[in-house]
Design a protein around this ligand. Structure first.
Ligand code: GUN
Length: 296
């Protein structure tokens, strides 16, 4: 039987509706949530991500400030700009699009963002709070995966989850979210990576498989238990001469074969991506609300 397809676009659209109401309420209280998006350089994928984030802000009524900088900008100048944004009362969230061009140190730049405005959830303070199971900004993609599972009525608590990929942006924080003692957590989590022995055998144990390796074809049908839920976080560009833009997007999961074995599966595009973007808006709204309660 073919798997249920989890519609990330529809889930994200519902979240945006709710956020639009939250933003209206905040504006009535005198606070318009504001997000600064900083893009250094001209990486085509980054330009399209950043433009999408700006469109999303507009949809829900968040003020967005688009800051595009030359790839030649010095680290000192970039740090100075972040300092200004940290102090700007109209800005509640600061996102510096990664990767940064060579010559700029991502650790230093991310650490310069005020933890109060770290809507990406990449600051060491945010990661520390997540690991300690304290309130704080949760990175958008892992948070989006949890929201997706919840919206699709997938039982997380007590489930065996296998994550393929241990990145700092997805695999590692997602593992923490899934095993922590909190709503959306309490799962038993295995994190697989490039040094894992017998990946297929590990993935076959999973009730929920999360593919976040950054490589097409990482998860194939023979690796998936009948009826398992498969969430594909991968976004890979593969050449496709039949498309006007010359490429198409594929995930890390071999969708066509896995959908015949899985119970539910998220597609690429239209799966986790829209939720990642929605969770950025979510974090910006939370940050604006926090700023408001500090003023009260
Ligand atoms: N590059 C790819 N994904 C992301 C993201 O979620 N945030 C930032 N800042 N850069 C990215």
């Amino acid at each position: 039987m073919s798997a249920r397809i989890i519609n990330g676009k529809a889930i994200a659209s519902n979240l945006r509706e709710q956020l639009t109401e939250d933003v209206k309420k905040l504006i009535t209280d005198g606070i318009r949530p504001g997000l600064a998006v900083v893009l250094v350089g001209e990486d085509p994928a980054s330009i399209s991500y950043v433009s999408a984030k700006e469109r999303d802000c507009e949809k829900v009524g968040i003020y967005s400030r688009d800051i595009r900088l030359s790839p030649e900008i010095s680290q000192d100048k970039l740090l100075k700009l972040i300092e200004e944004l940290n102090a700007d009362p109209d800005i509640h969230g600061i996102l510096v699009q990664l990767p940064l061009p060579e010559g700029l140190n991502e650790e230093t730049v991310i650490s310069a963002i005020s933890p109060d405005k770290d809507v990406d959830g990449f600051h060491p303070v945010s990661i520390g709070r997540l690991v300690l199971n304290l309130d704080g900004f949760i990175p958008c993609t892992p948070h989006g995966v949890i929201k997706m599972l919840e919206a699709a009525d997938v039982t997380i608590e007590g489930s065996d989850v296998v994550i393929v990929g241990r990145s700092r942006i997805v695999g590692a924080p997602l593992a923490n979210l899934l095993f922590r003692k909190a709503p959306g957590g309490n799962a038993t989590v295995t994190v697989c990576h490039t040094r894992t022995r017998d990946l297929a055998e590990k993935v076959r144990q999973a009730d929920i498989v999360i593919a976040a390796a950054g490589r097409p074809g990482t998860v194939t049908a023979d690796m998936v238990k009948e009826g398992a839920v498969v969430i594909d976080v991968g976004v890979n560009r593969v050449e496709d001469a039949s498309r006007q833009r010359g490429y198409r997007l594929v995930g890390d999961v071999d969708f066509d074969s896995v959908k015949e074995v899985a119970g539910a599966i998220s597609p690429v595009p239209g799966g986790v991506g829209p939720l990642t973007r929605a969770m950025l808006l979510w974090n910006t709204v939370i940050s604006a609300r926090n700023a408001g309660s500090k003023l009260a």
